[in-house]
Design a protein around this ligand. Structure first.
Ligand code: HAX
Length: 441
């Protein structure tokens, strides 16, 4: 691993120098004006963050270091006999900014395998929770319990030079990514499989070892896990889980604390929890209609009822995207290859034929198209992973790759503690009347 860390340091030193020059020469350049609506409505569209690992285009979707999802599926190294990219390769790409070789991916795979030991007190912390606890709550608590292992926190307590922060954050990030599948699988097996745990297999790649610890042995499920771990990893910096991890990290909270905070955000139904909400919504619809395949008219009626009840249609819409999410399309392609006749998948596709027209007709949602969460559950159900409350944990394990690679960059670039300015509505009213000055933050 040390050669990858050395390579990261070289890249980080180069970029740090460029950023210093940019700030020195263009620090006062205005990027855009901010409207009152943007301040009230979730800061939508305000450029206020730098995230090196990926960039989102409203129409094209996500690009990781310039590569789209179809390009990643083609160019990243695969497991022997596999067709889907290995997530270890995506992690390397996000960290270093270059496509990895097979050897780079092998190195990361074996480092993650070697570092996957989880101390017993973490399992004890999970075991102390009632079985009824939501898996995302268990996951977040387990990550907090793992914080005892933070090298950054120990080094900071002993006193380190700020130039070295990145090195400890780098080690913590690798250790955390290595441990998360074991923690997540423990939660799954405890809650749903009577506590019959499965030991890791160090011979397997990161995603298929995760599948193995969950209890799945099907090769196609390994492929799904590799694809799943790649497409959920990163979505630039402003989404709730990435932004929260970055924000908390900016206070020099260590990667365990920062990532746990990000996961509490991922657990919200407008963000990562939407993946469980989608499948729940489809299953509820099917139950209400008496089972089997619904007709197009029945789906349309159910969508309209959902909206009339003042609820969102889960899996549709996005704060930035304005077209079908390429992460949805990648899963659709996977389904066309591996499970084209699956009933639930066909319902997902029928919903895709129905919802955008209705949301467009109603004219409220800025994006009527499906996002990543609209498809993922149906694929998991097909392979037997029917416990949908667990789905956001899968998302969280994947999201670690992106937000922790970003956290390494945050510390390597010496980014500041985040502290935007806030105002009161009283101030807003005076400002629009020309009676208040902009207060310097
Ligand atoms: N169903 C019904 N109404 C929707 C909608 C949907 N799928 N998507 C947006 N709208 C509504 C909004 O609730 C909002 O209504 P109000 O003015 O009454 O508040 C209006 O349309 C305008 O919203 P928007 O500007 O188009 O969307 P936002 O940027 O505010 O929100 C969301 C983006 C993703 C939160 C939103 O589209 C939504 O709630 N979708 C359903 C939940 C979902 O799928 N979330 C997962 C998103 C992807 C992700 O983060 N995955 O982890």
């Amino acid at each position: 691993m040390s050669y990858i860390k050395d390579k990261f340091k070289v890249k980080a030193d180069e970029l740090s120098a460029e950023v210093k020059e940019l700030i020195k020469n263009h620090g006062n350049t205005k990027i855009e004006d901010v409207t009152l609506a943007q301040v009230y409505q979730g800061m939508r569209g305000i450029t206020g963050l730098v995230t090196e690992t990926s960039l989102l285009d409203a129409n094209e979707g996500i690009r990781f270091r310039g590569y789209s999802i179809p390009e990643l599926r083609e160019k990243l190294p695969k497991a022997p006999g596999g067709k889907e990219p290995l997530p270890e390769g995506l992690f390397y790409l996000m960290l270093i900014g270059e496509l990895p070789t097979e050897a780079d991916v092998q190195t990361i795979s074996s480092v993650l395998g070697r570092r996957s030991h989880v101390p017993n007190h973490v399992f004890d912390a999970i075991d102390a929770l009632p079985l009824t606890t939501h898996p995302m709550t268990m996951f977040t608590i387990a990550i907090m319990a793992l914080q005892t292992e933070s090298l950054f926190a120990k080094a900071y307590a002993e006193g380190i030079n700020k130039k070295d922060y990145w090195s400890y954050v780098f080690e913590d990030s690798l250790n955390l990514i290595a441990r998360l599948p074991r923690v997540a699988a423990y939660i799954y097996r405890r809650k749903y499989k009577g506590g019959q745990h499965i030991q890791p297999n160090g011979e397997l790649d990161w995603a298929s070892n995760f599948a193995h610890m969950l209890g799945y042995t099907d090769d196609a499920f390994n492929e799904l896990m590799r694809l799943y771990m790649v497409i959920h990893a990163d979505h630039e910096g402003g989404n709730v889980s990435a932004h929260t991890t970055h924000l908390v990290g900016s206070a020099l909270s260590d990667p365990y604390l920062s990532f746990a905070a990000g996961m509490t955000g991922l657990a919200g139904p407008l963000h990562g929890l939407a993946n469980q909400e989608v499948i729940k919504w489809i299953l509820d619809m099917r139950e209400e209609l008496g089972g089997g395949m619904p007709t197009k008219d029945q789906i349309e009626a159910y969508v309209r009822k959902t909206l009339a009840d003042g609820k969102v249609v889960p899996g549709y819409g996005h704060a930035v995207l304005r077209k079908t999410d390429p992460r949805f399309t990648a899963q659709m392609e996977f389904a066309k290859t591996h499970l084209p006749n699956d009933e639930l998948v066909r319902i997902v596709w029928m919903v895709y034929d129905t919802v955008p027209g209705i949301l467009t007709e109603l004219g409220k949602a800025k994006n009527p198209w499906p996002n990543v969460d609209a498809h993922s559950g149906a694929l998991l159900v097909h392979y037997g992973l029917v416990e949908y409350e667990f789905y956001t944990v899968l998302f969280g394990v994947s999201r670690a790759l992106g937000v922790l690679a970003s956290l390494c960059w945050d510390r390597a670039l010496g980014l500041s503690i985040e502290r935007p300015k806030s105002v009161t509505t009283e101030w807003m009213k005076l400002f629009v009347e020309g009676k208040a000055e902009v207060i310097e933050g």
